[in-house]
Design a protein around this ligand. Structure first.
Ligand code: SF4
Length: 367
């Protein structure tokens, strides 16, 4: 089997990324077959349990309160609503539900208690449960683990250098700290990024260096293509060309052989042929459902039709790791600590973000 390396250099990764395409595909597909069944793809459903109103300034995100976009915000969904959606996802072939909340970080209190109950409820449906709730402490990660969480998503987004051009309200080290907190539990890590945000190919390689350094490497790495939403600082970015997506997927597969590489946002812009090449290049996970938090995504039935055409099978839950046990709240070993961790707030100025914020203010004031 190919060896799992944690000391890739940026240049080595660039050399792989820039291989002649046929060589790159062959190499990636060969490694893919050593570690995975090439005809099985994991299907996750992403559920926005709390949409919009986020205090952060991520330049790609329509949920940041400071930008004016036409997404409809909502308060935290109820456990019953989440259960109904999870059952629907299960019946349409998803093995995992990923719940996203537009928070900077998790705060102990009734809302987090509700999220814990959602995790217990979905795990009892024999589905893998993932959460993406922003930054979390070790205690919060342990409480999620006790509830039966299978995975925690926290993307690095891009390279450490380019991160400063995208977000000013928190630092790269905060991302790594949250991933580290999750790693202290038995919850698996899902962490990847977005291409098409105006970064250089070197930044894509830089992100892969950072992810591959993690030991163990993330069990799941989502590769998103930016969906440029009007009103956000990145509204004018050009769509990612399919060849870049294929190269990024193939390079990720080679650098992180054991990881499930997830085709995430931007699939609506990809043809079936393009997606098929991504699966050949080592992608073995997708998000299903007509919305990805707030941006469009192919319909589940379209995906199942594509699977049929390509002879792909949805992965059963808990194939890669056993189902976690759910511990009820009354039997919990961990008390909420009400911690107030000092997450960084670099607050440097990103011109694009400031311009979009100013526009947002003017629209809100009806100018
Ligand atoms: S990506 Fe997450 S943290 Fe950033 S603005 Fe959007 S919801 Fe908030």
């Amino acid at each position: 089997m190919s060896v799992i390396k944690h000391n890739w250099t940026k240049q080595e990764i660039l050399d792989i990324y820039n291989l002649p395409l046929m060589d790159l595909l062959y190499k990636a597909a060969t490694i893919h077959r050593e570690y995975h069944d090439p005809n099985t793809v994991q299907v996750s459903t992403l559920l926005s349990i709390k949409t919009g109103g986020c205090p952060e300034d991520c330049g790609y995100c329509p949920q940041a309160a400071r930008y004016h976009t036409d997404i409809e915000g909502n308060d935290l969904m109820s456990v019953q609503q989440v259960k109904a959606q999870a059952l629907r996802a299960k019946s349409s072939g998803s093995s995992r539900v990923c719940m996203g909340a537009a928070w900077r970080n998790v705060k102990d209190g009734p809302e987090f208690e509700n999220v814990l109950e959602m995790v217990r409820t979905i795990n009892k449906l024999d589905m893998e449960v993932c959460c993406t709730l922003g930054m979390i402490t070790e205690n919060q990660a342990q409480r999620l683990a006790e509830a039966g969480l299978y995975a925690y998503n926290h993307n690095l987004d891009t390279s450490e250098e380019y991160y400063k051009e995208v977000i000013s309200t928190r630092g790269y080290e905060d991302r790594l700290q949250t991933i580290d907190n999750v790693r202290k539990t038995n919850v698996t890590v899902c962490s990847g990024g977005i291409i098409g945000m105006g970064e250089e190919v070197e930044d894509r390689a830089g992100m892969l260096v950072a992810l591959s350094k993690l030991n163990p490497q993330p069990e799941s790495v989502p590769i998103n293509a930016l969906v440029a939403v009007e009103g956000t600082p990145m509204e004018d970015e050009k769509p990612v060309v399919i060849w870049d997506m294929i190269r990024m997927v193939a390079t990720t597969r080679i650098i992180m052989p054991k990881t499930q590489v997830r085709l995430s946002a931007g699939r609506t812009e990809m043809s079936r042929e393009g997606q098929a090449m991504c699966f050949f290049a080592g992608a073995n996970s997708i998000f299903a459902g007509d919305k990805l938090l707030t941006t469009p995504n192919p319909d589940v039935s379209e995906d199942m039709e594509m699977f049929k055409m390509l002879g792909l099978n949805p992965q059963k839950p808990f194939v890669k790791k056993a189902q976690p046990e759910t511990i009820e709240a009354k039997d919990s070993k961990y008390e909420p600590l009400g911690e107030k961790p000092k997450w960084s707030r670099p607050d440097h100025t990103i011109e694009k973000n400031e311009t979009a914020k100013q526009k947002g203010k003017e629209v809100a004031a009806g100018k």
